[in-house]
Structures are given as structure tokens and as C-alpha cells.
Write a protein of this length. Structure first.
Length: 86
């Protein structure tokens, strides 16, 4: 038997507070596919999957880590990378 885990849905205002951005920006992240969300109820209101917020934060942290490594590698001089020539 397959068990279905209930999705925890949170309002955009809660996600906005967590991310330190505006509610409109949260909705944009959903529309751009960075967060998973849906409109539910009548009248329809946005709800965001809480798990997708954690995934988004993980992806942002990984991107920041890679950018830091890239900047660090660009700061190194070629002699430091390839050895010094006499």
C-alpha cells in the first residue's frame, strides 16, 4: 500500500516573512516555477508547498556556494594555479 504524505500548504505572507521578500515576489517565484504553489478555496488564494520553500533555500545556498568558489578561483593568479616559471 502506498501512503500519501499530506502536503503542508502555507500562505504567501508566511513564505515572504521567511524569505525576507514581499508577497508579490513569492507569487512571482511560484509563477516562474521556483516554488510549488496553487490557488485554493473560494475566493481562490495562493498556498505554497512548505517543502518547496526548503528546496528553494537549498538551491539558493548551493548557487551561492558555487559562486563563491568561482569568485575565489578567479581571484587566484595563474602562477598560483599552474606553478611558477623561472
Amino acid at each position: 500500500m502506498v501512503e500519501h504524505q499530506a502536503r503542508r500548504l502555507v500562505p504567501p505572507a508566511q513564505v515572504a516573512e521567511l524569505l525576507g521578500i514581499g508577497v508579490d515576489e513569492v507569487v512571482e517565484l511560484v509563477q516562474e516555477g521556483h516554488l510549488r504553489g496553487m490557488r485554493v478555496g473560494s475566493p481562490a488564494r495562493w498556498r505554497i508547498e512548505h517543502a518547496s520553500v526548503a528546496e528553494y533555500l537549498d538551491a539558493q545556498a548551493e548557487e551561492a556556494r558555487r559562486m563563491a568558489l568561482w569568485r575565489q578561483s578567479n581571484a587566484a593568479s595563474f602562477p598560483e594555479l599552474w606553478g611558477r616559471r623561472s
